[in-house]
Design a protein around this ligand. Structure first.
Ligand SMILES: CC(C)(COP(=O)(O)OP(=O)(O)OC[C@H]1O[C@@H](n2cnc3c(N)ncnc32)[C@H](O)[C@@H]1OP(=O)(O)O)[C@@H](O)C(=O)NCCC(=O)NCCS
Length: 155
């Protein structure tokens, strides 16, 4: 498995991952294009035998905080450590850029993602009842989770 920075040629594959990974409310192609190239965003893809198996995007919110805008892996590659590598990459880049905290929002019914984030040290800091537009398993609610980054460096 290989991690590398996103390039525009990856967009088609990412649109497909998004559709397969999110049964409700996937980002549109236009939205993905914007998010992946947003100023200052850190966008990474994971390749397995030249197949793009997952991607992730971290967006700066201010000088101290960055937000995991999205992280998704093709279902057939779940449970294989690809998401761990994507997360480690984002956190490493965030430390390099001296962010002290990462936050994210996750659907309250997305138990797999919540377990994943908890294992990576993220804790629930608030609940937002109507965060999402579409319902998923009867809910539009999200947990906001955060993690303090230790050892932020300036290099
Ligand atoms: C979220 C995601 C990136 C995690 O990657 P992954 O490879 O599936 O993650 P892992 O298998 O390493 O970890 C998932 C954890 O959930 C657990 N799990 C699996 N199914 C579960 C379920 N139905 N309920 C609760 N926990 C579950 C696993 O046992 C594992 O537990 P652990 O972290 O304690 O070991 C991936 O599942 C994904 O792409 N999901 C769809 C997109 C998505 O929801 N992204 C997050 C948006 S906020």
């Amino acid at each position: 498995m290989n991690l590398r920075k996103y390039v525009p040629q990856d967009l088609d594959a990412i649109v497909e991952i998004e559709k397969k990974a999110f049964p409700v409310g996937p980002y549109s192609r236009r939205m993905l294009k914007r998010v992946l190239k947003e100023g200052g965003s850190i966008s990474v893809v994971a390749e397995v035998d030249s197949v793009i198996a997952g991607y992730a995007v971290l967006l700066p919110l201010n000088e101290d905080e960055a937000d995991i805008e999205t992280i998704a892996v093709l279902p057939e590659f779940h449970g294989k450590g690809i998401s761990d590598r994507l997360m480690e990459y984002l956190e490493e880049e965030a430390r390099k850029r001296s962010f002290s905290e990462i936050i994210l929002e996750v659907r309250e019914k997305n138990l797999r993602a919540i377990s994943f984030y908890r294992r990576h040290g993220y804790e629930v800091i608030s609940y937002i009842p109507e965060f999402y537009h579409e319902y998923y398993e009867g809910s539009r609610g999200a947990f906001r989770m955060s993690k303090a980054l230790n050892g932020a460096t300036d290099d």
